[in-house]
Design a protein around this ligand. Structure first.
Ligand SMILES: [Cu+2]
Length: 330
């Protein structure tokens, strides 16, 4: 009996504590945009309503249990059939509770669907199996897997899908929104704090759905402008080992899928023009280091199951030269 209780206790504690952490990179409870805060306010309201209801119902239940508990000398209690006041009140009270929850919910639903303000930064987000493309039409910048935006300015994401349904979700920046082929969805938010926010595709989209992550990097406005200027400029011309890497790139199948401005113009894979300035590799699953990149180039499917980039039979030396070239593209 004692051991049984201990086991159950440990099980419950494990499940409960599993939800706790100090560093919460994907917690919706740390809101960092107007959008996320609006949703959090509804969430908080519902939570408080539920707590109040739970306390009242438990108290009434406890009172009834004690007040009307079985006693030898007590016979059957008075039997009541139909009680207008009770029936009215337990119909009206829940209706009121639903109303209290519904009004702010509907208000937030409409607020988070409003068209973007005129000064918003437009970014086209395309969800691909299993990576994210970000295009900034007004800045003439294209990048992948790391979305950089300025703090304090509204950002309007146009969500488009070239293949299957995905869902854009960066918990600290706001609610998820689906990326549906053939349908344009929009998501508008203003980030308040510079920092790095983690995201994840939130709609099952195939073998590497779990490996379809992303980062949103919120920068101070000046830092964002500097980044955009660097992205627009061509990357530094490679020399030495990196120049050999560039030659391998230019004569390999890479050019059919990837764009490196001035070198190739593929459209079905991440733009690599400034690949060296990204922190992560393969949709946020690995740090962008020479070791990881070489392993990736030699055998992408070993790193990411189902990936659309095939192993191209490169020699280790070629992978090294390519990695030096790509990481130098800043
Ligand atoms: Cu997915």
């Amino acid at each position: 009996m004692g051991r049984q209780l201990l086991r159950i206790g440990l099980g419950v504690a494990t499940l409960g504590l599993g939800g706790c952490a100090f560093d919460l990179p994907m917690s919706t409870l740390r809101a960092h945009t107007d959008f996320a805060r609006a949703i959090l306010s509804v969430y908080a309201l519902v939570t408080w309503a539920v707590i109040v209801i739970a306390v009242v119902v438990s108290a009434v239940l406890a009172w009834v249990l004690v007040r009307f508990r079985h006693r030898q000398e007590r016979g059957l209690p008075t039997q009541t059939l139909g009680h207008t006041l009770l029936e009215l009140s337990w119909t009206i009270a829940p209706a009121l509770v639903l109303l209290i929850i519904a009004i702010p919910t509907i208000r937030v639903v409409f607020a988070t669907q409003r068209p973007a303000p005129r000064n918003a930064l437009q970014v086209t987000v395309r969800g691909w199996q299993w990576w994210w493309e970000f295009r900034y039409p007004s800045l003439d910048v294209v990048t992948a897997n790391e979305l950089r935006v300025p703090a304090g300015r509204p950002v309007a994401l146009r969500l488009e899908g070239p293949d299957v349904i995905h869902s854009f979700w960066v918990p600290r920046l706001g609610g998820k929104r689906d990326v549906v082929p053939g349908r344009l969805n929009q998501l508008v938010f203003t980030a308040d704090t510079p920092g790095e926010y983690w995201g994840q595709c939130a709609e099952f989209c195939g073998a590497s759905h779990a490996n379809m992550r992303m980062r949103v990097i919120v920068l101070a406005p000046e830092a964002f402008d500097r980044w955009a200027a660097e992205e627009r400029a061509p990357a530094a011309e490679p020399s030495g080992v990196a120049a050999e890497g560039k030659a391998i790139f230019a004569r390999s199948a890479c050019v059919g899928c990837h764009t490196i401005r001035g070198v190739s113009a593929g459209t079905i894979a991440p733009d690599l023009t400034h690949f060296g300035s990204r922190h992560t590799l393969a949709a946020g699953i690995l740090p962008n280091t020479p070791e990881h990149l070489v392993a990736w180039l030699l055998d992408p499917p070993a790193v990411k199951p189902g990936v659309k980039m095939p192993a191209l039979g490169l020699h280790a030396a070629e992978a090294q030269q390519l990695a030096t070239y790509l990481l130098g593209l800043k």
